[in-house]
Design a protein around this ligand. Structure first.
Ligand SMILES: Nc1ncnc2c1ncn2[C@@H]1O[C@H](COP(=O)(O)OP(=O)(O)OP(=O)(O)O)[C@@H](O)[C@H]1O
Ligand SMILES: [Mg+2]
Length: 386
């Protein structure tokens, strides 16, 4: 995720958005039993539909040949949309639906944390290369050359350096006509609450409110919690013929039957391959995460990025597997600290995973955390992202 991904401009968009399509897809999911009909979500779909129509008009206009374009009036760029609400209400799900439905190619959906890492990388390279000119203006132009629509999931500000960069960057992006869809747990007015030198951040809040329509999502319930409760267990053992079925059912339950699309996470040049990623749910194996030389930073990044990890095939660990046991402990610590919900299949119960060998005593903390992570209280806790 840290790689610099502002890609060059792509070709023109051939397709057209058919007004109302996003409702149709939502209702198909409802009919198939993947989603429950939720009026608050439908209210947000109305805003997303309007935005899709606006983006489509803008793109169709710009795709016209020059003389035609010259004689017609350019449509103004649409207002961006800022969706906020409590956890598990369906913000990311609606953003995914919107993103998939939007027929343009110049679009990007990115976790806000990953985006900020890219911005910092750009700043770092700019300073290393002693480049002249306005860094933020250049960055904004690079982003706009590849992207008309930016979808930011889990927008939040916790750092004064980020707060300062964001103010200038977003004002440039909006001025260049970039349209954003943002999801957050907070109303813009509550961003960076109690932050250091918050008064310097206030103009940014005004900017957001000027350029974005702010939409609350007071959906009926925390659907994530509901889906976690619906699972027969979250720690499945032993690894028998039903184990894979359990994993598939869990993935279906948590992703509304999404297809298993592989993903990867890049941390300081290292790649972690994930067998499936959908929104904030990742599916991976013990082999991939703990039998390779990964370290705390990798696990922290994973825990930051995803609210739920489905982990397959945790084996009973012998004395010789001390490195794997240590890595697994580090992984569980990262998940626990970030309140990531863990669903897994294992050969044995937590208490029997690693009984002898180096670090077996310390491993007791891992066992205790694994057990606590099954508790109602843990399930109710909110994911913590940096
Ligand atoms: N109407 C619905 N019916 C059933 N499941 C739903 C519905 N809306 C969302 N979900 C499911 O609930 C889970 C949580 O949704 P989502 O991740 O979109 O929440 P969120 O609002 O983004 O939460 P957070 O603030 O924690 O990021 C997902 O598995 C999603 O597919
Ligand atoms: Mg979300």
């Amino acid at each position: 995720m840290i790689n610099f991904i502002f890609q060059p401009a792509r070709q023109q968009d051939p397709q057209k958005y058919i007004s109302g399509s996003i409702f149709e897809i939502y209702h198909q999911h409802v009919e198939q039993g993947h989603l429950q009909n939720d009026l608050a979500q439908i209210a947000v779909l109305h805003q997303l539909d309007t935005l899709l129509i606006g983006i489509d008009k803008y793109v169709q206009f710009n795709n016209q040949s020059y003389p035609k374009k010259f004689f017609s009036k350019s449509p103004s760029t649409s207002k961006s949309l800022y969706i906020y609400g409590d956890v598990g209400r369906g913000k990311s799900m609606l953003m995914d639906l919107f993103y998939e439905t939007c027929p343009i190619q110049q679009k990007r959906r990115v976790h806000f944390h990953a985006f900020m890492l890219e911005v910092h990388e750009f700043v770092h390279q700019w300073r290393n290369q002693n480049r002249s000119g306005d860094m933020i203006v250049t960055l904004a132009k690079e982003i706009r050359s590849a992207t008309l629509l930016l979808c930011f999931d889990e927008f939040h500000v916790t750092d004064i350096a980020d707060a300062m960069i964001l103010g200038r960057l977003f004002s440039q992006l909006f001025a260049l006509g970039v349209v954003m869809v943002i999801t957050s747990n907070r109303h813009p007015k509550d961003l960076y609450e109690n932050g250091l030198q918050r008064d310097l951040f206030l103009p940014f809040i005004d900017l957001l409110q000027n350029y974005c329509l702010t939409q609350d999502l007071p959906a009926q319930k925390d659907y994530r919690l509901q889906h976690l409760h619906a699972l027969q267990t979250r720690y499945y053992f032993p690894i028998d013929s039903e184990a894979e079925k359990f994993i598939q059912n869990s993935f279906n339950e948590l992703t509304a039957f999404a297809s298993r699309t592989p993903g990867k996470l890049e941390v300081k040049g290292r790649e972690i391959i994930l067998s499936a990623v959908h929104g904030d749910v990742a599916l991976s194996s013990f082999q991939e995460l703990c039998e390779r030389p990964l370290a705390a930073l990798d696990y922290l990044e994973l825990a930051n990025e995803f609210t739920t990890l489905i982990l397959t095939n945790i084996p009973k660990l012998s004395r010789q597997k001390r490195n794997e046991a240590k890595r697994f402990s580090t992984l569980v610590d990262a998940l626990y600290e970030h309140k990531v919900k863990l669903i897994c299949t294992a050969e044995v119960v937590p208490e029997e995973l690693y009984l002898e060998g180096d670090g077996a005593f310390e491993f007791k903390r891992t066992v205790s955390r694994l057990i606590e992570m099954q508790s109602e209280r843990y399930l109710l806790s909110k994911h913590i992202a940096d």
